[in-house]
Design a protein around this ligand. Structure first.
Ligand code: E4P
Length: 212
């Protein structure tokens, strides 16, 4: 499973990219709004930090609006992936953009049927939201497993991005359930790194070394 970072904060991306573990970045309108900076300016900086798919979301409601926005975003850099919400208009836009060889990530996916529709429309990625499913009492990881099984059974090559990751167990469980990618918030990356026994072990090795 590849690891993306789910943020629009360039300092967070810069820091985690130095670990050598990042294959891509996802942003969304809420994350961009939190930064208080121009959308395009943020994207242009992100593409210099990570050489992999960078998802940028369109805001239009109709397919023609989404296609126009998507084409403009795609022109910014070859790694930009157009993030499109899971609606009928969104599917139309995905279909047109994929015929133009523009990559898409269908977002706000909450059922296996939605993922199937997105893949058949030509989506390069689908983003099932694990945490938001958990929030309504349905295990989000089960959704990842269902989509992974369906894609495997039917030879679908759309990649599954486990999104709305809230804690470290979500990452491990997404990997076990067959996600191709997990898009992980900065804080969760930090949580994956740390273990009290690692710190304790380092202290002990240092103490033993200095007492030799
Ligand atoms: C996915 O691409 C979204 O940006 C994100 O994972 C949503 O997460 P949230 O439910 O924590 O807002």
């Amino acid at each position: 499973m590849k690891l993306f970072i789910d943020t629009a904060n360039v300092e967070e991306i810069r820091e985690i990219s130095t670990w050598g573990v990042l294959s891509g970045v996802t942003t969304n309108p809420s994350l961009i709004a939190k930064e208080g900076r121009a959308f395009e300016e943020v994207l242009k900086e992100i593409v210099t930090l990570v050489d992999g798919p960078i998802s940028a979301e369109v805001m239009g409601d109709t397919a023609p609006e989404m296609i126009k926005e998507g084409e403009a975003l795609a022109r910014l850099h070859k790694n930009i992936v157009i993030k499109i919400p899971m609606t009928a208009e969104g599917l139309k836009a995905v279909s047109v953009l994929s015929q133009k060889n523009i990559k898409t990530n269908v977002t706000l996916v909450f059922s296996a049927n939605q993922a199937l529709l997105a893949s058949r429309a030509g989506a390069s990625f689908v983003s099932p939201f694990v945490g938001r499913m958990d929030d309504i009492g349905n295990p989000g990881i089960d959704l990842i497993g269902d989509i992974a099984n369906i894609f495997e059974l039917h030879g679908i090559d759309t990649e599954i991005i486990a999104a709305s990751i809230r804690h470290t167990a979500h990452v491990m469980d997404s990997a076990l359930a067959g996600a191709n990618i997990a898009t992980i918030p900065y804080k969760v990356f930090k949580g994956m790194l740390n273990h009290p026994l690692t710190d304790k072990g380092i202290e002990k090795f240092k103490a033993d070394w200095s007492n030799r």
